[in-house]
Every structure is written in structure tokens, then in C-alpha cells.
Design a protein around this ligand. Structure first.
Ligand SMILES: [Zn+2]
Length: 107
């Protein structure tokens, strides 16, 4: 199993990334806008780690795009899109390979 990268590049930021067992109980992930840091809890299934990563990436996108809405609305969007993206990548491995090939093609 490969190690997670230390940096996630998204928008105009490099975000420090870690998979850790040091989050508070019941917390599956955390994104700090001020510290540009995204943490996913190691204390969950591998599939749930991916789901949490997508969830937190939606929070990053929310900040980058300066989207408006209540905290409850942001949380709902992060949950719905996080779940949907997790299903998308887990159920379509052939499509993911095809996409990666397209993205790696030189111009
Ligand atoms: Zn959230």
C-alpha cells in the first residue's frame, strides 16, 4: 500500500496532508483553512478514509470558491458530494484509468 502524499495541490494552494490517529474521538477528518492542512483519521476503514478525503476536499473547494451558505448547508453539500465521488471512483475503476491516461497525455 502506497503512502499518502504529503501535499495536496488544489486551486492556488499546496495543502499539507496527513492520515493520522491523533484526531479527537468521533472526528473522521479535518480541514484547516488557516493552516492549509487536511487530516484524515486513520481509525476508519480504507474506503471511509477516501470518503473523508473527498468530504474535506469539498470543504477546501467551498473556501477556494468563496461559496456562501450556512455551516449546515456546507456540511450537507460536503457529505453528498463526498459520498457521490467515493462511489464514482470505487465503482468505475476502468473509467478512472482512462481519465488518468487522458490527464497524463502531453499536449
Ligand atoms: Zn464536513
Amino acid at each position: 500500500m502506497s503512502k499518502p502524499p504529503k501535499i495536496i495541490k488544489l486551486g492556488y494552494h499546496d495543502i499539507e496532508f496527513s492520515v493520522s490517529s491523533e484526531l479527537p474521538d468521533g472526528t473522521t477528518g479535518h480541514y484547516s483553512q488557516n493552516h492549509r492542512m487536511l487530516v484524515v483519521s486513520k481509525d476508519q476503514s480504507p474506503q471511509d478514509q477516501v470518503n473523508t478525503l473527498f468530504h474535506e476536499v469539498v470543504h477546501v473547494a467551498w473556501d477556494l470558491a468563496k461559496l456562501e451558505g450556512s455551516d449546515e448547508h456546507e456540511e450537507r453539500v460536503a457529505s453528498v458530494l463526498g459520498n457521490l465521488l467515493t462511489e464514482f471512483v470505487s465503482r468505475n475503476p476502468g473509467l478512472l484509468r482512462w481519465m488518468q491516461e487522458r490527464l497524463n497525455e502531453s499536449d
